[in-house]
Design a protein around this ligand. Sequence first.
Ligand SMILES: [Mn+2]
Length: 486
Amino acid sequence: MNSQYIIRDQVREQAFGLRVSALARGAGSVAGRYLQEIRTVKKAASKSTEYARRRNRLMNLMGDDSIAVLAAAPARLRNRDVYYPYRPDSDFFYLSGFQEPDAVLVLVPGRERGEFLLFCRERDPKRELWDGARAGLEGARREHGADDAFPTADLDEIMPGLLEGRRSLFYTMGRQAGFDRRVVSWVERVRGAARSGLRAPEGFISLDGPLHEMRLHKNREEVRILRQASRITVEAHRRAMRACRPGLMEYQLEAELLHEFMRRGARAPAYPSIVGGGANSCVLHYMENAAPLREGDLVLVDAGAEYRGYASDVTRTYPINGRFSKAQRAVYEVVLRAQMEAIDAVRVGAAWRAPHNAAVRALTEGLVELGILRGAPEKLIKQESYKPYFMHSTSHWLGMDVHDVGDYKVDGAWRALEPGMVLTVEPGLYLRPDGKDGARGLDRRWWNIGVRIEDDVVVTQKGPEVLTSGAPRSVEAIQECMADAA
Ligand SMILES: [Mn+2]
């Protein structure tokens, strides 16, 4: 077996989750290789039907006389000649399953010689020896279901011809300035030739509308992947809880999370992990993770794995020494109650804002019970008196992007929750030292207590399905998990 072949097998294994048999791997026997080839193609075919279904749905929404153009995310430099690990653009990946940069996807509904065109890099044995396998034009057709494939270098030559006679061009402006200009130049070329009777696209229509509405509704397979991302994330949070003790650095707790993500096949977190001890627990998007974890403080850990392109997003807050103090426990119980009531509001037909409203009510009532706010909850809610302590929203969509796509309002009103929508539920209270951001008169015993509790929830006919409930959440469950370590 030559190295080229090994590389390709590994890449396919990754892409399709295949386990290559020892036979196929071993001596590189013809039979083994053949078997492997069949299984790869079969698996690839079943995968590409899911992508094909999505493309067909999108083309139906676009209508005849239209064309869609989507560019892959560019590879991004980290410094000098070192690149960040490549992460495909979610829209592009959702429609193609294609994971290489320098690619462009074109959908041409009703085109006789093929509706799905993929422009991509050609095979190049020398480059592949250094950088790894490429699908090439042949792979684009065979493994990714493209009706036709062309080298990316031929875009400017081929695209104007494809735009001719198409009335609406679906292309989302403003993501890649350089590519925007090229798309405009193709349209201009067709317009220039329009005197000869050919029609040019009349305008640009953003793909976001139809495509993001599709992505907002997750099907069974997508929920299955989200469940797996959640399982991995749950294990990582458990591991971090068990490892936590005074004297560790925040990044050492982060290392526990990353270790568990990667060990379980999630090669990267879905977003930079937040590990904030003490005062840092009150910084909403704290990412330095470079301070020591101190005896007597809480630590807030907001971290989620990305698995097969789907994000998990979980926050747990716990005492660094494994035992909640009286004040910490009191605040924690308020946030936990708010979270449970918010989760209970995740119902088919409920307004998007219902979980948030439930959380705000419970948090405000809790702040009154703690003596931090004074007055009638009803009035305090109206005056937004909770805002110095709870300043963010309770939920966001979750999917391929951690803050996933999809409109929160339809025709100016909060949209109703539907089965297959996935959202986070993450109320919090952040009690900073007196005088900061209008939080005046706060008793010293509450200072630097920041608590957020976040889980991922699927809307189903049977009620909310919490994907991440395996991560210890009650005071007792957390203390028990942390005591396990000793
Ligand atoms: Mn979140």
